[in-house]
Write a protein that binds this ligand. Structure first.
Ligand SMILES: [Zn+2]
Length: 64
């Protein structure tokens, strides 16, 4: 018995990531990134990035 080998490459799904502020799913290629103390944060756009930056400057992150 022969193995069926697909002759067409399987299309790869664009990696979807979730904006940490508004929770919108966006392709990783269009995300705005910010390097945090532990890992890289992802945002749908500069607006959410700015909001995250403002939040991290406050002493009460729960205000986000
Ligand atoms: Zn967002």
């Amino acid at each position: 018995m022969k193995h069926a080998i697909p002759d067409k490459p399987v299309p790869t799904e664009p990696e979807l990531i979730r904006c940490e502020i508004c929770l919108t799913e966006i392709p990783g290629s269009v995300a705005s990134n910010a390097e945090g103390p532990d890992y890289v944060h992802h945002f749908c756009g500069l607006d959410c990035l700015a909001r995250w930056r403002a939040c991290t400057k406050t002493a009460t992150p729960s205000a986000c």
